[in-house]
Design a protein around this ligand. Structure first.
Ligand code: MG
Ligand code: MG
Length: 252
């Protein structure tokens, strides 16, 4: 069941997502060669403590960290660790909070130092694919128009879209209906309506779309070892179109 939100509820979700954006910006600012990825988890926990909010992923189905940190061929759900970031790596940070009864959820992938031109294109294409998916989140469109827009951009740039993981509704629960695949034909599924709040999150691989799960039971990696990027925003559908609730502060 898709739960529609009131304006007041969307404002609360925006407040939660503003903290998510703040944490992602603070972690991204810390990314550099030689930094252990566990440092990113410390930053997230520190800001959550100061803001008095709960990190959404910590303990979720037993997930042991506040942030999912996925490096290079890791797609999503990676564990922060003593592993040090290296020049030329890419690092995905996926983070959420629970604040005043509502969840926020957002992810970015950033380069560590200088990356190759091809790696830069993967990051840019994944971010553009997210923007295209968000632009399709307008009242009157169908759910699959979002995934179709994502897939068109990602595959148009020569990359592949992960099938195994999807975006989701979000609100008083971290994962609500509907599921939002990042692929598919246009014009299918439920009709998008004002008041829907969606976490749209393309995962795009430089190689094939297949993924496998490591023995830790969480970390998803590309089956062919190719790089993978992940960007996510929590979006509210308003009367006149999508509003990105997790937009970085100062970006309007
Ligand atoms: Mg997320
Ligand atoms: Mg999500």
């Amino acid at each position: 069941m898709v739960v529609l939100k009131t304006r007041a509820e969307i404002e609360k979700m925006e407040a939660a997502n503003r903290i998510v954006a703040k944490v992602l910006a603070a972690m991204a600012a810390e990314v550099a060669p030689g930094v252990p990825t566990l440092r990113l988890d410390e930053i997230a926990r520190g800001i959550c403590g100061k803001e008095g909010v709960k990190p959404a992923f910590l303990g979720y189905r037993g997930f042991p960290f506040a942030v999912c940190v996925s490096v290079n061929d890791e797609v999503v759900h990676g564990f922060p660790s003593k592993r040090k970031l290296a020049e030329g790596d890419i690092v995905s940070m996926d983070f959420g909070v629970l604040a005043e009864g509502f969840y926020g959820d957002s992810a970015v992938t950033v380069p560590v130092g200088e990356v190759s031109a091809g790696t830069g294109r993967l990051l840019a294409a994944t971010e553009e694919a997210l923007a295209a998916g968000i632009a399709a989140a307008v009242p009157g469109n169908r759910l699959s128009d979002i995934g179709h827009a994502v897939q068109t951009v990602a595959e148009g740039a020569g990359f592949s879209v992960v099938r195994k993981f999807v975006g989701h509704g979000i609100g008083r629960e971290l994962h609500e209906d509907p599921q939002i695949p990042n692929y598919g034909p246009p014009g299918k599924g439920l009709r998008l309506k004002e008041g829907m709040t969606l976490a749209i999150e393309p995962m795009v691989n430089a190689g094939g779309c297949d993924v496998r799960i490591l023995e830790d039971g969480w970390t998803a990696v590309t089956s062919d070892g190719s790089l993978s990027a992940h960007f996510e925003h929590t979006v509210a559908i308003l009367e006149n179109g999508p509003r990105v609730l997790s937009a970085p502060v100062g970006s309007g």
